[in-house]
Design a protein around this ligand. Structure first.
Ligand SMILES: C[S@@+](CC[C@H](N)C(=O)[O-])C[C@H]1O[C@@H](n2cnc3c(N)ncnc32)[C@H](O)[C@@H]1O
Length: 211
C-alpha cells in the first residue's frame, strides 16, 4: 500500500447480489468497510456505534454467555462482543450467501471461536428455534432500512420468546427522519417489552435496549 492509496478509498470488490443489491467492500485508512446499496453496514462508523452500545451493556455488569446476532454483514459487532465477552457463544443468522463469503474472505469471520453461522431467513428461522439467549443483537438491514417484517408486533413477540428472562435485546432501528414510523416502532416495543430505552443515537439509526 502506498501513502496516497492509504488516504483514499480503494474498492476491493463490487457486485450485485439478488438478495441485497449492490455489495461493495472498500479499504479506507487501512481498514475495510462493507457497503450495501451505498449504505455503510460494517466497519467505518458502524464499528464506533457497536463499540459504544456493547460497552454500555458490559459496564452495567450484565453477564452474557449466549448471544444471537441477526444479520452477519462483515461481523463488526461479533468482533466487539468477543472483545468484551471472550467466552460468549454466538449464533448468527444471515440470509445472503454472498455476504457470508465476503465476511469470511475479507473480514476473517471464519477464524472466530464459538461462532455458529446459520444461512437462513431470520423471519422463518426465529419461528422454529428452541434456544434462549442472554443477549440478542438485532441488526437486519437491506441497504439503509430494516426489513418491513421486523417492525411488527408479531416479530417483536418472536424475539421476546427466545430471550432469557433477564436477557437484553439491542435493536438497531433505522432512522431516516421518519418520526411517525419510528414512533410506531417505539409504541409496539412498549406493548411487548417492559423496558424500552434509547441508548444510542447515530445519524441514520437508533439503538434501543429492550427487556
Ligand atoms: C447491517 S448488516 C449486519 C452488520 C453486522 N451485524 C455487523 O456488525 O457488521 C445487515 C445484514 O442483514 C442481513 N439480512 C437482511 N435481511 C435478512 C433476513 N431476512 N434474514 C437474515 N439476514 C438478513 C443482510 O444480508 C446483511 O448482511
Amino acid at each position: 500500500m502506498t501513502l496516497i492509496s492509504y488516504f483514499r478509498q480503494i474498492e476491493m470488490v463490487n457486485f450485485i447480489s439478488p438478495l441485497n443489491g449492490e455489495i461493495k467492500v472498500v479499504e479506507f485508512f487501512g481498514k475495510l468497510i462493507l457497503y450495501v446499496n451505498d449504505a455503510e453496514q460494517s466497519g467505518g462508523t458502524i464499528a464506533g456505534m457497536w463499540q459504544k452500545a456493547v460497552k454500555k451493556v458490559q459496564s452495567s455488569k450484565f453477564k452474557v454467555q449466549s448471544c444471537l446476532i441477526l444479520g452477519l454483514g462483515g461481523g463488526t459487532v461479533i468482533k466487539i462482543l468477543q472483545k468484551y465477552y471472550p467466552e460468549v457463544y454466538m449464533d448468527v443468522i444471515e440470509f445472503d450467501l454472498a455476504i457470508i463469503d465476503i465476511a469470511k474472505k475479507y473480514f476473517d469471520i471464519g477464524k472466530i471461536d464459538n461462532l455458529n453461522i446459520i444461512n437462513a431467513d431470520a423471519f422463518k428461522w426465529i419461528k422454529q428455534v428452541r434456544n434462549n439467549y442472554d443477549l440478542i443483537i438485532f441488526d437486519l438491514y437491506v441497504g439503509k432500512t430494516n426489513p418491513r417484517k421486523s417492525r411488527t408486533i408479531d416479530f417483536l413477540k418472536d424475539l421476546k420468546k427466545i430471550l432469557k428472562k433477564a436477557g437484553i435485546i439491542l435493536f438497531n432501528a433505522h432512522y431516516q427522519n421518519d418520526e411517525g414510523e419510528y414512533d410506531k416502532l417505539l409504541k409496539d416495543c412498549r406493548q411487548v417489552f417492559t423496558i424500552v430505552d434509547l441508548i444510542l443515537i447515530y445519524p441514520y439509526s437508533r439503538i434501543l435496549r429492550l427487556r
